[in-house]
Write a protein that binds this ligand. Structure first.
Ligand code: UDX
Length: 474
């Protein structure tokens, strides 16, 4: 098929590369000339597993980059709109980019096309896109508008696209649904999974992706409701973790117990410093705005956001509990990205926590395997030091703080960690370590929803060691 994708951000770029992987001819449109030039020159602008391979495999063959929207629309049977939908101050979503693309597409339509909303948008966007296209002169018989929300996660976006739990297509006509379904056929008939050079995923060769046909409004709601539900699960477990801390229970045991109920499930029950990223915080607010505008009070969503915000403050209180005063303390921070596997720092709890620590007068040395380049732009020059690995970040620090769930951090050598730290203190906002292991390593360990490990002997020994070293150095 001939497919156009408008917008080469996370969703557009991954969808474009994956549609090319499924055998389609894809034209990826963007109006950012620098981005286009970089893509044309073979660069991959985001840190995403398998994306560089896909771009390399299909660029210039089945995947083309262009700034010419009219040309791309004329060549394509389906046009996916994947432009940004940033949040406004009131939590509502700014749909002006979607509107402007819809108006431009309207002027270019010459044969029947399906326009697909792929960006995360509130209910009624489909109706508005159709209305805008009609107002801009698109003949009604020459187009349909479908909703096909994207559920990919950053860090595993390519695998999520190619091995989806479900593909949701909201369409008003059978013709429109059939065309969008056709674009995904190699996934729904399973033929993609029989290819020898397929991108590896979580299933074996006999997988067939599930296609769900809905109305356009239902498809729009499915996306917001899915993200709100997952955010709710995280806030729920974070609230349970706080409860565990108060009553002296262990959140890992509690999660094992509740997650084993197949109606609840084990996934998205990891307590921590709260959710971040470009989706959950924004989508939750947008969903709440939709409810408000529809005259509904969906107070549960307020509580989900409140618990999430509180989780950062709770972490800061833990740091204070471990170190008493903060002013002048030297902290080694591990992790800046909003989660592992990505260089994205949008709405990252780690960035918010570091900013609060700086306000308290702490000196921070940070390390992140992928997000340091982006993070450097977030802090005033010189306010945060950046280390070239985790050990360098914690060298001589009064405490090590773990803020992102990178696998590399859980493989750190605990003996070396203890030797490098000035005080043997680890405050872990992602529960990467088993408390018993930390105790055995002589570290004082504060995590989420589990008992603190505090060994006076470890503190005294380590403090004396460093005092002697400092004396010798003097
Ligand atoms: C999310 C949705 O998962 C995806 O379906 C949607 O298309 C976009 O939004 P993403 O933002 O990439 O994806 O990240 P996700 O893996 O969902 O994690 C979001 C945040 O929740 C991260 O900050 C992560 O650290 C946090 N999280 C996740 C937890 O704190 N606990 C968990 O159990 C799971």
């Amino acid at each position: 098929m001939k497919i156009g994708v408008v917008g080469s951000g996370y969703v557009g770029l991954v969808a474009g590369a994956c549609f090319a992987e499924l055998g389609h001819d894809v034209c990826l449109v963007d109006n950012d000339r620098d981005k286009l030039a970089a893509l044309q020159a073979g660069e991959c602008p985001i840190h995403e597993e398998f994306l560089p391979e896909l771009l390399q495999r299909h660029r210039g063959k089945r995947l083309h980059f262009t700034g010419n929207l009219v040309d791309a629309v004329r060549k394509s049977q389906i046009i996916f709109i994947a432009v940004g939908t940033p949040p406004k101050d009131d939590g509502d979503v700014d749909l002006s980019y979607v509107e402007s693309v819809a108006a431009d597409i309207a002027g270019a339509i010459d044969t029947y096309k399906v326009i697909v909303e792929k960006s995360t948008v509130p209910v009624y966007t489909n109706t508005w896109v159709r209305r805008i296209m009609l107002l801009n002169g698109a003949p009604p018989e020459l187009f349909d508008v479908a909703s096909n929300p994207e559920f990919l996660r950053e860090g595993s976006a390519v695998a999520d696209f190619l091995y989806p739990d479900r593909i949701v297509v909201g369409a008003q006509t059978a013709r429109c649904f059939a065309l969008v379904a056709e674009a995904y056929r190699p996934l729904t008939d399973g033929s993609y999974y029989e290819k020898s050079d397929m991108i590896p995923g979580p299933v074996d060769g006999h997988f067939k992706a599930r296609l769900i046909e809905t109305s356009t409004k239902s498809a729009e709601l499915i996306k917001h409701a899915s993200n709100a539900f997952l955010a709710m699960k995280i806030s729920f477990v974070n609230a349970v973790a706080s409860m565990c801390e108060v009553v002296g229970a262990d959140v890992e045991q509690v999660c094992e117990g509740i997650g084993s109920d197949s109606r609840i499930g084990r996934r998205f029950l990891r307590p921590g410093v709260g959710y971040g990223g470009s989706c959950f915080p924004k989508d939750l607010l947008a969903f709440r705005a939709v409810a408000r505008e529809s005259g509904l009070h969906f107070g549960l969503l307020d509580e989900v956001a409140r618990v999430n915000e509180d989780q950062r403050h709770r972490f800061l209180r833990k740091v204070k509990k471990a170190l008493w005063t903060l002013k002048g303390k030297k902290l080694g921070v591990l992790g800046l990205a909003f989660k592992n596997g990505t260089d994205d720092i949008r709405e990252s709890p780690a960035i918010a926590i570091v900013k609060s620590l700086l306000k308290e007068g702490c000196r921070v040395t940070a390390y992140d395997p992928a997000a340091m380049k982006r993070a450097k732009e977030e802090f005033p020059a010189g306010s945060v030091k950046f280390a070239s690995d985790a050990y360098e970040a914690i060298d001589g620090a009064d405490a090590c703080l773990i803020l992102t769930e990178w696998e590399d951090f859980s493989a750190l050598d605990l003996r070396r960690m203890k030797q490098l730290l000035r005080y043997p203190i680890v405050v872990d906002g992602r529960n990467l370590f088993k408390p018993a292991l930390m105790e055995a390593a002589g570290l004082n360990y504060y995590s989420v929803g589990r008992a603190d490990v505090v060994s006076t002997r470890a503190t005294v020994t380590s403090f004396m060691k460093h005092a002697i070293e400092e004396d010798e150095a003097a």
